[in-house]
Design a binder for this molecule. Structure first.
Ligand SMILES: [Zn+2]
Length: 96
């Protein structure tokens, strides 16, 4: 029967549980541990494509006379609502 467990990649200590290993990592190898669990920071800036896409979507809606739906549509299209309002001011789009 194989021994289930988790070994520390830094000092080869062996732990029965992942939690135990996690605690060890946090206390003994904090820097490495934090680096290993680091997830990419959520985007703080919109990509050029997103901005262009948003402007296009908005222009299409305005052309169709559905400006009231623009905001809710954009919010559904771009789940990242954080900088939506600030971003819109910077986007140049044709309103017709
Ligand atoms: Zn270790």
């Amino acid at each position: 029967m194989a021994t289930a467990g988790f070994s520390c990649v830094h000092c080869s200590k062996w732990f029965r549980s992942k939690i135990g290993l996690g605690v060890h990592m946090q206390s003994q190898h904090r820097e490495e541990y934090e680096a290993s669990i680091k997830v990419p920071k959520s985007k703080t800036r919109w990509s050029v494509e997103e901005i262009a896409l948003m402007a296009m979507s908005e222009a299409n809606f305005l052309r169709e006379g559905r400006s009231l739906e623009v905001n809710s549509y954009l919010l559904s299209q771009f789940s990242n609502q954080r900088s939506h309002k600030g971003q819109r001011r910077q986007v140049k789009y044709v309103t017709g």
